[in-house]
Design a protein around this ligand. Structure first.
Ligand code: ADP
Length: 428
């Protein structure tokens, strides 16, 4: 029986302690011909570099920003991989790492999983890669496409990551960033119903939720508790039929507290990895439920999604949210992100008895703002208590109440978006 030592990180076996204090193969490797990095739901990022010669792992390097158990798991996984064929490396499992380490504290076992997943992705990265050369992107034939050119301030690794992301985004016709000046104005509700409405208009659509502090798309779409699958080291979005694929950062978080502990650069890393690793395939539209506000998080999303994206701003009619949206319009302008238009949500209430419109809040704020800022008003969605009920039940409102006033308003929004985005495509 192995000796157990009590430390600040829990009860650790002597092997774990040794590998956490003196991790084997620690540090990046150069040259390398296979590489991957992964940020786990715990927020730790692990990175593996392999040098594969004669179909065997000849050298290996890894880094992690996690603590002792994370270093121990990476160290042991790297030892297990040395000398193995890439296909064998890809089969190293969490249980194998835990077994040779003599176990990890329960709340650190995920470190072994993160190590194996990253190692597996690195082994898979080997296939087809030319040693140490940036891969050329074949997505389009535009000579001036930013994916072809390494920027001066970019390392080769950063260039390859950006190229990978650009290649993904390039297969998507239109990216709609759904933004709001603050939370609670119905941004996620609009994103979900907009995505469904676009599929009803015959488009193939992806719905992506990167609202890391409040991912509500799983709840709104009735997908809570689902886990996406991995396919050749990429995340496969949930294909829920009817031409709609869904991916939420909420599927990967243990709980809301997970995101809170991430530091700024880590959040950027998570968002970037998330955008780059989801295998959407070709899509007509990607509807992105962004974090609210005009801070670092929506900024990261806007910068990463890059070319060909447009912003849809959601507001409620009151003066306060309108002021927030004014900031959002300025935010988009600073980023040269075109504003597709504004949606005024919770705009009046349609009386269920007489069908007359009751203006609960002061209305028309979104409309006035659209005029003031010279951006289109895409529509006014009335308050309908059944929207809340559908959200709680996880059923898209637009499906359940297709004949309602709010559904008609959504249809009008979609018509305007289709008109505006097809005009842009023709103009390109
Ligand atoms: P956000 O993403 O901006 O934080 P949500 O989409 O989560 O906002 O919506 C906040 C709450 O408002 C939810 O309970 C949602 O069901 C409700 N809601 C959104 N739009 C409407 C509407 N037009 N009518 C009634 N309730 C709405």
């Amino acid at each position: 029986m192995e000796e157990i030592i009590v430390t600040a990180e829990g009860q650790l076996s002597a092997t774990v302690l040794q590998h956490s204090e003196w991790p084997r193969n620690y540090g990046p490797l150069s040259p390398f011909n296979a590489h991957a990095w992964f940020t786990g739901p715990c927020g730790d990022t692990m990175e593996f570099w392999l040098w594969i010669e004669d179909d065997r792992v000849a050298e290996i390097g890894f880094t992690t920003d996690g603590c002792g158990p994370s270093r121990a798991a990476g160290s042991m996984a790297s030892e297990l991989a040395l000398g193995k064929r890439p296909a064998e490396v890809a089969r190293i499992e969490q249980a194998d790492v835990l077994a040779v380490l003599g176990g990890l504290p329960k709340d650190s076992e995920h470190c072994a999983l993160l190590a194996c997943n990253t190692l597996k992705a690195a082994a898979q990265d080997f296939g087809g890669r030319k040693a140490d050369q940036p891969r050329d992107c074949q997505s389009c034939e535009q000579a001036n496409c930013p994916a072809h050119k390494q920027r001066q301030d970019e390392s080769e690794e950063e260039f390859r990551r950006r190229q990978h992301l650009d290649h993904k985004m390039c297969q998507i016709g239109h990216k709609l960033l759904i933004l709001s000046g603050k939370g609670g104005v119905g941004k996620s509700t609009v994103a979900a119903n907009l995505a469904v409405s676009l599929t009803l208009a015959g488009k193939s659509v992806g719905l992506l939720d990167v609202d890391i502090h409040g991912p509500s798309i799983p709840q709104l779409m009735g997908l809570e508790g689902q886990r996406p699958t991995m396919h050749e080291s990429e995340i496969a979005p949930l294909d829920i039929g009817g031409n709609l694929k869904v991916m939420s950062i909420g599927f990967l978080l243990g709980g809301p507290e997970d995101a809170v502990i991430w530091r700024g650069p880590l959040k950027f890393g998570v968002i970037r990895q998330f955008l780059g690793e989801v295998d959407w395939g070709p899509l007509d539209y990607l509807v992105i439920d962004s974090p609210p506000g005009t801070g670092d998080e929506p900024l990261s999303v806007a910068q990463l999604v890059g070319e060909g994206a447009g912003a849809v701003l959601v507001t409620t009619p009151q003066e306060l949210s309108v002021a927030d949206v004014r900031r959002s319009v300025s935010f988009c302008r600073k980023l040269s992100l075109p504003v597709v238009g504004i949606i005024e949500n919770m705009s009046g209430l349609v009386c269920p008895h007489c069908g007359g419109r009751i203006e609960v809040f002061k209305s028309g704020g979104g409309e006035a703002l659209a005029r003031e800022m010279n951006v289109p008003l895409l529509g006014r969605i009335p308050i309908d208590p059944r929207i809340v009920e559908c959200g709680d039940l996880g059923v898209p409102y637009i499906h359940r109440f297709a004949d309602s006033d709010a559904a008609t308003a959504f249809a009008g929004v979609v018509e305007r978006i289709l008109g505006s985005t097809s005009t842009k495509a023709e103009g390109n």
